[in-house]
Design a protein around this ligand. Sequence first.
Ligand code: FEO
Length: 169
Amino acid sequence: MDQKVYELLNDQVNKELYSAYLYLSFADYYREEGLDGYANWYEIQAQEERDHAMILRNYLHDNGCKVKLGAIAAPDKTFANHLEPLEAGLEHEKYVTSLINGIYAAAVEANDYRTQHFMVWFIDEQLEEEVNAEDMITKMKLFGSDARSLYELNSEYASRAYHVPTPLA
Ligand code: FEO
């Protein structure tokens, strides 16, 4: 595998594990706030991020590449209201999208068609994650200041269930 493609893929394992850690910190915030539905949503999101790391790790192994695990940074965000984690989540997903695009671009540069094909799943996943993050922001802005509506939104997020992603099924 091309060295740059390899390094970006290996780094992305760490970035996805950091994403899991970050979303776990969001879940902690919402648990402390008594919004267990939002906490559930981010606990599942953390699981999905760990899955993303595993998909990348498996791909490196399948290609005979050594996986080098690095230290995961501590999430350091504090939140002043229920909207802030949602906005931080969208900002983070946009950043991850830029990383995924960067891996794809490097694979194009290296004529690595296999990795280009592999990354399509992540490209689609990033669209879904940004749409979800935007939707949560919109709903919180519209309804979050009304206690009854917030209760209903929280109940909606409590019903999110975890599904094993296709590449790991
Ligand atoms: Fe692994 Fe939220 O992207």
